[in-house]
Design a protein around this ligand. Sequence first.
Ligand SMILES: C[S@@+](CC[C@H](N)C(=O)[O-])C[C@H]1O[C@@H](n2cnc3c(N)ncnc32)[C@H](O)[C@@H]1O
Length: 205
Amino acid sequence: MSPGVVHDYLRELGRGWSGQGVAMEVGCWLGATSVPLLEGLVEAGYNKPFWAFDRWRANASEVMKAKAQGQKISFHQDLQNIYLRNVHSVYDNIIAIKGRIPNTFRSYRPEPIELCMFDAPKREPVFGVAVRKLVPHFIPGVTVFGLLDYYFYERRKNMGFKDWEEFLSPVKFVNDYSDCFTLLREFPESGSCAFFKYEKQISWK
Ligand SMILES: C[S@@+](CC[C@H](N)C(=O)[O-])C[C@H]1O[C@@H](n2cnc3c(N)ncnc32)[C@H](O)[C@@H]1O
């Protein structure tokens, strides 16, 4: 669960919506990060669909994570209704696409993306495939790309997991295309997120 400072920043990003594109979250779970983003968007007069992608099917670690937050969910429970209930308290026009990312991006009706929060797989091949499908809709000089588990690899490394390097995909992506992104804010110690502005059109390597 990301901390209050990250939620405050998401709200601020929402408030900064300029009307040039849609907002989306990829990897939404129960809506803890979608809600503050939507609160800011509503303040800014957001009037487009909010796109939400997730499989919304509880796995064992999500059951434990929810329990630690005082919420009871069961293994394989469909979580989409909980997500929708949470976000609908803020904004109605949510297009919630349930299923496996990146296959579910097929349902995306292409529109420029102004705000893209990404909190889904951090490993290849899913991360790279997903990003290659999203970035062509980004608006140079406008789009904010939030990588909500950018520093997750560090936590994994410190916990002694041997596979920590597999979680470096978001970092490698930003480094590979560092001429196209500038860092806006990062929260390495609280929440592990980093937010980037997409500055110029990407030429895929
Ligand atoms: C860390 S949680 C998101 C947390 C949420 N952003 C928040 O802060 O409350 C990651 C989410 O990504 C989803 N997810 C991970 N891999 C996925 C995939 N390949 N397809 C669809 N959803 C996926 C999981 O179901 C989970 O809900």
